[in-house]
Write a protein that binds this ligand. Structure first.
Ligand code: MF3
Ligand code: CO
Length: 248
């Protein structure tokens, strides 16, 4: 069942979304060569709590941290680790969420660390563009397939692989609600989006094959060919004429 949010619920989601956006900006500031992914998780956790929110990833289905940090060939759900240090030339995706007044926000960015190869930089830029291509088509009445089509067309025009095993999602009083929001689809197919639905659009784009495998930790998705991957995500609310980004 897809929940349509009330104006009051949307206010709560704006508040949660602001905490998520501010935490991502803080991590963009703090991320540097030599910092551990564990330290980044701690900074995010403490900031979210200081804002009066709660990190919604922590303990979600047993997830052990407040943030997912996925480096290079890691696609999503990288688990912060005291012994994993950020290095020059990496692309680092940071995915995090917060819940406030019972409503959730969820967003991700991929950061380039120092001198990054042109190929990786393009991957990061195109992944962000994929989100905005999708954003530009959404409004009341548009179909889910239109989102996936917009994302996959753009990524594939660069020869990149679109991850299909993991998808975006509805969001609200829980982190994941209906509907699933795939990054692939057929124009004009799928359910219709309606004003005041809240969803996360999150392209996960690989430089090589679209195929992923899962790490022995049971969480981390990794590209099958070990080529780099990027991730970009925002929580949005559908409006009559377009959409509003709640995690901005
Ligand atoms: N941002 C992720 C998603 O969109 C959530 C991570 S799942 C968690 O699905 F377990 F790590 F919280
Ligand atoms: Co998400």
């Amino acid at each position: 069942m897809i929940n349509i949010k009330t104006p009051e619920q949307l206010e709560y989601m704006r508040a949660a979304g602001k905490v998520v956006a501010d935490t991502l900006k803080l991590l963009e500031d703090k991320i540097c060569v030599g910092i551990s992914t564990y330290q980044l998780d701690k900074i995010a956790h403490d900031f979210i709590v200081k804002c009066g929110a709660r990190p919604n990833f922590l303990h979600y289905r047993g997830y052990p941290s407040s943030v997912c940090i996925s480096i290079d060939e890691e696609v999503v759900h990288g688990i912060p680790d005291k012994h994993r240090f950020i290095e020059e030339g990496q692309i680092v995706s940071v995915d995090l969420g917060a819940v406030m007044h019972g409503y959730n926000g969820d967003a991700a960015r991929t950061f380039c660390i120092g001198q990054v190869s042109q190929q990786k930089r393009t991957l990061v830029e195109v992944t962000e563009q994929c989100f905005f291509k999708a954003l530009s088509v959404v409004k009341n009445g548009v179909r889910l397939g239109d989102i996936g089509w917009a994302v996959s067309q753009h990524a594939q025009s660069f020869g990149f692989g679109v991850v299909t095993e993991l998808v975006g999602h509805g969001i609200g009083s829980t982190l994941h609600e209906d509907p699933n929001v795939p990054n692939y689809g057929i124009k004009g197919r799928g359910i219709r989006l309606a004003t005041n639905m809240t969803i996360c659009i999150e392209p996960m784009i690989n430089m090589g094959t679209s195929e992923v495998v899962f790490s022995p930790n049971g969480w981390t998705a990794i590209t099958k060919d070990h080529m780099p991957s990027a991730h970009y995500e925002n929580t949005i609310v559908i409006t009559d004429n377009g959409a509003e980004i709640l995690t901005k």
